[in-house]
Design a protein around this ligand. Sequence first.
Ligand code: ATP
Length: 872
Amino acid sequence: MTSFDRMLTDAHARPAADCLAELDATPEGLSGDEASRRFAEHGPNHLPEVRGRGPVLRFLAQFHNVLIYVLIGAAIVSGAMQHWVDTGVILAVVLANAVIGFVQEGKAEAAMAAIRGMLAPRAAVLRDGVRVTVDGASLVPGDIVLLEAGDKVPADLRVLEARGAAAQEAILTGESVPVEKTAQAVAADAPLGDRQSMLWSGTLVTQGTARGLVVATGASTEVGRIGGLLAGVEQLTTPLVAQIDHFARWLSFLILLVSGLLLVYGIFIGHQDFSEMFMAVVGVAVAAIPEGLPAVMTITLAIGVQAMARRNAIVRRLPAIEAIGSVSVICTDKTGTLTRNEMVVTEVETPDGAFTVEGDGYAPQGGISPAGDLSDLALAAALCNDAALRHRDGVWSVEGDPMEGALLAFAGKAGGDHDARRLDAIPFDSRHRFMAVLTETAAGPKTFVKGAPERVLGMCEDIDLPQWQDRAEAMARRGLRVLALAGRAGSGPQIDRAGLEGGLTFLGLVGLVDPPRPEAIAAVAECAAAGIRVKMITGDHAGTASAIAAQIGLANTRRVLTGADLDGLDDTQLALEVADVDVFARTSPEHKLRLVTALQAGGLSVAMTGDGVNDAPALKRADVGIAMGLKGSEAAKEAADLVLADDNFASIAAAVREGRTVYDNLKKVISWTLPTNAGEAMVVILALLAGLALPVTAVQILWVNLITAITLGIALAFEPTEAGTMTRPPRPRNAPILSGELVWRVLLVATLFLAAVFGIFTYAIDKGYPLAVAQTMALNMLVVLEIFHLFFIRNIHSTSLTWAAVRGTRVVWIVVVAVTAAQFAVTYLPPLQAVLGTQDVAVMDGVLIVAVGVAFLAIIEIEKQIRLGLKQ
Ligand code: ATP
């Protein structure tokens, strides 16, 4: 038994120092080498994968479908009647269909699995005494993990230090009230939920900060042992796909019923031969059931998910892909999303005067003018700070909050000795907007506070409050992010919390620039063109917020509502104001929830960004909750539908564009498939009812529908964004996809199919061609119509008769060439002729068929132009 297994059972009851000793660990963390050694011994820190269905089961599942049952039934009946060719063709098609479905589903699932991998959690640990962020899977027993509010606990930890820390442990205990954490050992027989000295893997830190020793990883953790938290295998579906699935299922039953009635009618009233009639009715069922539809829609979604991931928007919940295309308001954070979050201190004001700070990036080198003594301010900036600067390959970077990194760089420029031991701290919280530390400096214990000026200035004694408030205000109006710093001599061992209010000495104001992202400016303009209003919701000062909003190009930067203003409004007043105001400053996460609710009450579809643990309710409430992948907490990511890999606003606009494209493509798949099926079915039904020879045989229908139609339909899943996608207003929330317009198009196209196929068939019979030739021509007519219809559908919002539209995409041409080649093969190759009952078609007749296809395209295109004209 390794020491690590023993620790698992009683770490909570032993003193922290004991646990460290037992695991051969130190509070400074393991060395890199030791961590690698332990990794080799204990393996990666993740739970065993939930096994999906195996390939055999997945393949068999392809046969679980009404149409396949019908076909297998048909194969048995035609076998019983000794129509061996028919039986063979049916079985071959069933098999081909299952293989196509299996391969495509596998690709879609692989795409989803790859996306899940992109959301792997990371953890802050101490290695060789330095804080580094590592992949959560690389943690080993003995590692020291640093946690803050919003983090997900990456392994089972023995708490070494906790500051106001609490964790929500519902996944283990079912109890949703957060449990406070402490470094004190608890009773050996305390139940899990009472072991306050432990932080359990998979639970969420809801407040405070903590430092813990890893005592168990992977499957040895509590959550691993109960086999819980297995990331549910997400279904590849959205409301729209589910709706279509449901529709397709009932439609199939309806078609089966109608087919059955047709069979009865044909035999008893039409006095037709059973075997012929049976195969014809199977043809009707095959023609009419849109069996490929749900599968092609799933592929379309999977391709959309991949396209979004390429644009740095990772979909966590698939329905979001539809919702993001319909958003009409985007509420976004400022820092890091609209701005770069690369901060530099440029101005400092102290009671001694105003200073300008030079230098770029995080290098602690640069001049300060005029010269002066800023040592107290620099000491406060360096010590009231959780970040670290790193110098590697000539480049300075920050580990931690960039704003704190900028303060460290400033402290370096101001000079002085900033070494001290921290005794206590009050972590920053966006609700109280300050951070305080108590440190043991060379000159004795000192308390330092930094935070929003309104908050910190109020804690200081002996200052001219209105004057300093004005100066802070003036800096903010120049677009700077402003912090106030203050300090006092203190004793210990803990911060005298009551003594903070009114007992501090003011040290100075620090102004930081955080330039807007140029691509965010472009993206905001793109959103405006797309009828989407962008609103900034920030914790920053109103002046800073409005200056940045103006630089970014938000619509209304004249009025700013602050959190305090929002508190003064009731829900009705808020609903009125919220539509017009675009900048909300000094807000707390609770305000975000009120704002989403108010916007939704106005009928808007809202996307909301967030990063902190307290943003989770607003993210859940929003139509699309978006979490920041880099600076966002695990809590926010779990609540979100979408995670931005680069925290960049431009990625939201890109996701909207992709979301609109996916929705369009789903619509295209539906608008292409349904009329095609209806057209084919009507051809056979009409012939049956009229007692005519079938223009296309059942086996031919099988070929058209299960091979060519599915191949062509897939091309629509790959359609690129149509021009003008981001200049259209958002589609209304809940706009039905099976609209009156679609029904009309189904009828129109089906009727044209009917006319063209019967036309060609009758023409051939009139010319005295044998029935098989006439049927071959009708079969080719159907496929030609499908191809022209495909070119038409590719541009539902604009004309299909442009060079770009005709040139199409590579995928379209690949499928068109493949299907055309296949048509030539079944028309002219003798072995295939034998199977499908086809015969050679004369070249001129082939030209005629294509010409009818062109006429078909012209008619539906003109109809579309009339409709588009009426809409304008
Ligand atoms: P956004 O919501 O756009 O990301 P933000 O990052 O400015 O805006 P908060 O993080 O809530 O929002 O910060 C609000 C204010 O609190 C800041 O304007 C600053 O004055 C102060 N503040 C932020 N971070 C710290 C910190 N680490 N220590 C002390 N004060 C801070």
